[in-house]
Write a protein that binds this ligand. Structure first.
Ligand SMILES: [Zn+2]
Ligand SMILES: [Zn+2]
Ligand SMILES: [Zn+2]
Length: 122
């Protein structure tokens, strides 16, 4: 039984380890979960939400970057979207390296042209 309770934050979806890795992404760097705007639930990835939730996902808007919507599966800290997009793929709290390839999926979670553009603007 995989633990899905991270400091009282429940991560839904198809977890395969206790660092929020899921059946889609489970390398040692895949350690974050994302809160979805539509249901305010945390999932390890977009596909987990697609397979488990019964509704279309909604993206966070540019004016919501101060929302805490990212969970580090290693230290179990929540960070804001802005903190995540500007942390250079390293947890601001425990300094665990995140998967830089995750940024390729930023457009699935955030209403942005691209994560890179956003970081430059901040
Ligand atoms: Zn949802
Ligand atoms: Zn997944
Ligand atoms: Zn961390």
């Amino acid at each position: 039984m995989i633990k899905n309770n991270f400091n009282n934050i429940i991560v839904k979806g198809k977890l395969v380890n206790d660092r929020t890795g899921c059946k889609h992404y489970h390398s040692s760097a895949d350690v974050i979960a994302i809160k979805f705007k539509c249901c305010k639930d945390y999932y390890p990835c977009y596909y987990c939400h697609q397979e488990v939730a019964d509704h279309e996902s909604k993206k966070w808007e540019k004016n919501e970057l101060h929302t805490k919507a990212i969970l580090c599966g290693v230290c179990k800290s929540e960070m804001t979207i802005e903190q995540y997009l500007t942390c250079n793929y390293q947890c601001p709290f425990c300094h665990t390296q995140f998967n830089p390839n995750c940024s390729r999926h930023n457009h699935l979670y955030f209403e942005l042209v691209s994560g890179v553009n956003l970081i430059q603007r901040i």
